[in-house]
Design a protein around this ligand. Structure first.
Ligand code: NAD
Length: 307
């Protein structure tokens, strides 16, 4: 049985990936400090360690023998990164650096990292299409922490090969519907179901790239398996541009509400961005992704019973 170390298994994306790999027959060692994650998300058939990755002195508790690391633990909210930039740096960068050192010391094959479209910042002159060869220019403390992690990964790649997964807006069942600071789709859907009214922070003309969780799980598995993906930074998105207004309309139709309010935006929010998906099609086989309509329906059906 191949042993694999997965961080962030109490969170949204990490728990889905841990569950999928465990079902595929991997022996999953899962780590989380449950700061935003929840123990109820952790798949019951994995070995779990409650450990803070920012504290390297705890790393001797990690069982040896993993071949690869999937690193999804982190602070995930751009908005919260402004409230406490030092904490964001600790959770996103210090933790990653500690894990890189651990990976080198323990002869890990490769580390796959949960990076973000936030590293790009605002894109002038190309209508928001983000391709991996653009110069990143983050607008949030969160984006800076994620970019710094990528730079550390790149610096140590000869000793520990890496893949950086620059994920766009991931959504789907398992998102924390009580957390109104992280995840655009889950924030709107939770408000629609609970409050029958959606408060939108920022302009309706902003646009994003929404990618359903199952496609993201498949992309991470493809990255794990494809040696040609090593030492690459790869966008993980649908390649489809959707305005906040379009998203809002779809959520209002699904949830049967007709009320929303637009208030001022969060600090330094990106104007509009979507993924150039050429590289992910080639290296991660992301050829056909689940449509936003289908994904939202699945998410809504889950959310109304889990809120
Ligand atoms: N959700 C998205 O749309 C999205 C997009 C791009 C990148 N990402 C990144 O993907 C990763 C997973 O995101 P998510 O949406 O599942 O977030 P999440 O908050 O649901 O999960 C993150 C998990 O990491 C854990 N964690 C945080 N700091 C830790 C530490 N120091 N030690 C151990 N565990 C720690 C949290 O308790 C939580 O369970 C994050 O790194 C996030 O920045 C997410």
């Amino acid at each position: 049985m191949e042993r694999i170390l997965i961080t962030g298994v109490g969170g949204f994306i990490g728990s889905h990936i841990a569950n999928s790999l465990s079902k595929k027959g991997f022996h999953v060692i899962g780590i989380d400090n449950l700061s935003t994650g929840n123990s109820s998300n952790i798949p019951s058939d994995i070995d779990f360690l409650n450990l803070d990755l920012a504290n390297a002195s705890q790393f001797n508790r990690i069982p040896k023998g993993s071949l690869n690391i999937l690193h999804l633990a982190g602070q995930s909210s751009g908005e919260l990164s402004f409230h406490d930039p030092a904490k964001d740096l600790e959770k996103n960068t210090q933790s990653t650096l500690n894990l890189i050192k651990y990976g080198i010391k323990n002869d890990i094959n490769k580390i796959i990292y949960a990076s973000s479209m936030s590293i790009y910042g605002d894109l002038d002159g190309n209508s928001g299409l983000a391709s991996e060869n653009l110069n990143p220019n983050p607008k949030s403390c969160y984006g800076i922490s994620k970019l710094a992690s990528e730079k550390y990964l790149n610096l140590f790649k000869d000793e520990l090969p890496f893949i950086s997964m620059r994920m766009f807006n991931v959504y789907g069942p398992g998102q924390d519907l009580n957390n109104l600071k992280q995840g655009m789709v889950s924030i709107y859907l939770a408000q629609a179901i609970k409050k029958k009214k959606i408060v939108v922070k920022g302009s309706l003309s902003r646009f994003r790239d929404f990618i359903y969780i199952d496609d993201v799980v498949d992309a991470w598995f493809a990255a794990l398996k494809n040696e040609e993906a090593v030492n690459n930074k790869i966008n993980v998105g649908s390649g489809i541009k959707t305005t906040v207004e379009d998203l809002l309309k779809k959520i209002m139709i699904i949830s049967g509400i007709d009320s929303y309010e637009v208030v001022s935006g969060t600090p330094c929010d990106q104007k509009g961005i979507y993924s150039d998906s050429k590289k992910s099609k080639e290296l991660l086989n992301m050829k056909q992704t689940i449509s936003l309509d289908e994904g939202l329906n699945k998410f809504y059906n889950w959310a109304k019973n889990n809120i």
